[in-house]
Design a protein around this ligand. Structure first.
Ligand SMILES: Cc1cc2nc3c(=O)[nH]c(=O)nc-3n(C[C@H](O)[C@H](O)[C@H](O)COP(=O)(O)OP(=O)(O)OC[C@H]3O[C@@H](n4cnc5c(N)ncnc54)[C@H](O)[C@@H]3O)c2cc1C
Length: 531
């Protein structure tokens, strides 16, 4: 069963090896291991529903708790500490487009807000009801999960939008295809959620981001239906798909999505490459991207992330041996690990590997180490489970991410880290912080920063520390000219910083568009843009 107060299935764990626990304690000390609230305690906080009984609605406290929040840090603190106070008044499990339309009618009659809900994996407050006095209904789309059609001539599949990653890939694999969209939340996030948040998968360099894959669909809005035809390309004015992508449930409910799929690849391999330092690695990935090398993934860790990855790998003997060998070969404290993915037809993959090897070697790369790539591949969707273990050991973990042009990108990543360090230091909290370039483009890269800090005894203190740091680092990111989000979206947490990117006129245009499709302001109010 899916955990009610943490990540993933309750049958899966990512244990923290003892040497890794010691490594963390040395770096940042120990945190509070105040016991979590029990499920019964949290269920006891669910207030009486303000909706009246209706066959479409579940008013069950367990359903309302399950849909009350996502996976942002404040969400984690609230649910684990039992201080979660905002719950939807009801949940609708839509089984058809008729149900979605009935949900609109019901909310219109009662003045309730309606929150479309995919897999609930948001990390920025997309799906939380607002404590604004208005009743809220959550529209769970997970029953809509069938592949409708797969067109072998166009390589376009039509899916119900509530389908989650593994279910979608299994239905495609049975016909010899893949979508190739693998965000780290793949296990639970859904196709509709990916479109609504402009999600980016780990192998987007090869398969494309969701905006490249999403080519049409069916959207139910309070003002009527939008049918987006899947055309290979069009010059017929502005593209409505682009308005829907990233609309975060404000414009309508995506019930079907048409996606570009590919034949299952002959090769899907990952390699580890060590560089003497992060700058050398960055020069190599920049050259590979600008040369159009057909690799599928480049994920380049800074020195601290490289060291932490090795420390947390859970294979102390192996990593000690690897560390000694690397040091002897001249890859010491500043070394930087690249995970390189090569995907596709075998002959092209071989060629790509050869080219990548030459470029990496030119920049001092030690290439390739298949075992490290294989270990990464095995744990690619398991790593989020570490957040459960860290929490139970007294640590909170969060991430910030942006995308920046190449010029000054590494310095900017350093400034982002320093902002976080300073913000936590101001509160006497030690911080472990590290970054990887997660997605590489010809004109820049996304910088994905993870930070871990000891939890305070009082949950309010943990959230207060996070809030101060989040505000400071968000200001830094937009001040550096980066986007407030390369992949997680805007939700509640990033909404105050959107204007820096869109401008006042841009925000007004988004308001006007949402009002056109949702004149009563029923859909997911307060997310993406205030009100
Ligand atoms: C451990 C972890 C790892 C992650 N890794 C990645 C990653 O690698 N790449 C990445 O891009 N993101 C990542 N995320 C963020 C998150 O998974 C994405 O934002 C994802 O796209 C959300 O999908 P979901 O189905 O869970 O949507 P939800 O969280 O349920 O909803 C997100 C938003 O989409 C809207 N929405 C959902 N479905 C629909 C629909 N059918 N119609 C209209 N609106 C809808 C909701 O109203 C909400 O505003 C990660 C999150 C976690 C917790």
């Amino acid at each position: 069963m899916r955990r009610w107060n943490g990540w993933g299935q309750d049958t899966t764990d990512y244990p923290l090896p003892e040497p890794a626990a010691e490594y963390l304690a040395d770096l940042i000390g120990s945190g509070s291991t105040t016991p979590d609230a029990t499920r019964e305690q949290v269920l006891g906080n669910v207030p009486a529903s303000r909706m009246t009984a209706d066959p479409l609605l579940s008013l069950e406290p367990a359903d309302r708790l399950r849909h009350a929040c996502g996976h942002s840090l404040p969400d984690w603190v609230a649910i684990r500490s039992g201080t979660l106070r905002t719950f939807p008044d009801a949940v609708i499990y839509a089984g058809s487009e008729d149900d979605v339309r009935s949900a609109f009618s019901l909310c219109r009659q009662t003045g309730a807000a309606l929150i479309p809900y995919g897999g609930g994996t948001s990390v920025v407050g997309h799906i939380n009801p607002l404590p604004d006095g208005r009743p809220t209904v959550t529209l769970d789309l997970s029953r809509l999960r069938q592949m409708r059609t797969l067109d072998d001539s166009n390589h376009v599949a039509v899916f119900d939008a509530g389908v989650c990653g593994p279910d979608l890939e299994a239905q495609l694999a049975a016909r010899g295809y893949t979508l190739g969209h693998f965000p780290q939340s793949f296990e639970f996030s859904t196709l509709g959620g990916w479109v609504a948040t402009r999600s980016c998968g780990q192998q987007s360099y090869y398969y494309g981001r969701i905006e490249d894959l999403f080519c049409g669909g069916h959207v139910e809005t309070p003002a009527g239906v939008i049918d987006l035809p899947d055309l290979p390309a069009s010059a017929a004015g502005p593209d409505l798909r682009q308005l829907l992508l990233g609309s975060e449930g404000r414009m309508g409910v995506i019930t079907q999505a048409h996606v570009r799929v590919r034949r299952l690849p002959e090769t899907d391999a990952f390699y580890g490459v060590f560089f003497p330092d992060w700058a050398a690695g960055a020069a190599a990935v920049q050259e590979m991207a600008q040369g159009g090398l057909p690799v599928s993934m480049m994920r380049l860790s800074d020195a601290q992330e490289t060291e932490t990855t090795l420390a947390l790998a859970g294979k102390p003997d192996l990593t000690r041996w690897a560390d000694r060998g690397l040091r002897l070969a001249g890859y010491g404290a500043t070394r930087s690990l690249l995970i390189l993915g090569i995907t596709g037809e075998q002959r092209r993959a071989r060629q790509a590997l050869g080219h990548a090897r030459n470029i990496c070697r030119k920049h001092g790369g030690l290439f390739p180490i298949g075992m490290i790539g294989h270990m990464w591949q095995k744990s690619r969707f398991l790593t989020p489970y570490l957040r459960n273990t860290l929490w139970e050991r007294g640590y909170a973990l969060d991430t910030v991410e942006t995308a920046l042009p190449w010029a000054g990108a590494l310095d900017a990543a350093g400034t982002i880290q320093q902002t976080l360090r300073d913000a936590f230091a101001a509160q006497n909290i030690r911080l472990l912080v590290f970054t990887h370039l997660s997605h590489i483009y010809a004109d820049g890269a996304s910088a994905y920063t993870t930070y871990i800090f000891p939890r305070a005894k009082e949950s309010e203190a943990t959230v207060a520390a996070w809030r101060a740091a989040k505000a400071a680092v968000s200001r830094t990111i937009v001040g550096l000219g980066g986007t407030i989000s390369h992949q997680h979206g805007v939700g509640l947490d990033h909404a105050p910083f959107l204007e820096a990117e869109k401008g006042l006129a841009g925000i007004a245009a988004l308001h006007a568009a949402f009002r056109t499709f949702d004149p009563e302001g029923m859909l997911n109010p307060g997310k993406l843009i205030a009100a």
